[in-house]
Design a protein around this ligand. Structure first.
Ligand SMILES: [Zn+2]
Length: 179
């Protein structure tokens, strides 16, 4: 059986048993998570999210990029249309991880990575691509520096260690901006 058939079967079982038709478009825990596409670090798995609890944005590295800001702007609009604008009382979590493949791009195709991050190639070292404990702080700071995001959000920076399965709080929770 090929994998697509397996997935189709699993979906049929999901629709039969675990499916909740009453989930809302607004995450029940008013939480937005920015994480990496790496299959080892899916927030649904490592944070044991329940369906509908959080909106998860995944890109390479879980980095704050120009595209990420565009996605967040669209999500802000979607939330307002859905009846609960993103703002006070919401959690924004940046989740970086050890052994991230973004390092491979940094060392083998820096031009590609610079374009992705929206910076000149010589600015890449300042983004601490190889060090998730530093990069998560840089990205929380980048979120805090964006005046277009609602200030009432609480933002937190976490690093997940793929060798232990544990997260560490690197940037403690704080308001995106002092109101
Ligand atoms: Zn990664």
């Amino acid at each position: 059986m090929d994998f697509l058939q397996t997935l189709t079967q699993r979906n049929a079982a999901f629709a039969e048993n675990g499916f909740a038709a009453d989930l809302k478009i607004i995450p029940s825990q008013k939480t937005m998570i920015i994480g990496c596409v790496d299959p080892r670090v899916d927030p649904m798995d490592v944070l044991k999210l329940e369906p509908g609890e959080a909106a998860v944005i995944r890109n390479v590295g879980g980095r704050v990029t120009p595209d990420l800001f565009q996605t967040m702007a669209i999500l802000g609009t979607v939330s307002r249309v859905g009846g609960a604008g993103v703002g006070e009382g919401w959690n924004l979590i940046v989740l970086h991880h050890t052994q991230c493949g973004i390092s491979g791009c940094y060392h083998h195709a820096p031009g590609l990575l610079a374009k992705y991050m929206g910076v000149a190639e010589q600015e890449l070292p300042a983004l601490e691509i190889d060090n998730p404990y530093k990069s998560v702080a840089i990205d929380v700071a980048a979120l805090k520096a964006n005046p277009n995001l609602p200030g009432g959000l609480t933002v937190t920076g976490l690093v997940y260690d793929v060798a232990t399965g544990l997260i560490e709080t690197v940037v403690p929770s704080g308001l995106l901006r002092a109101e």
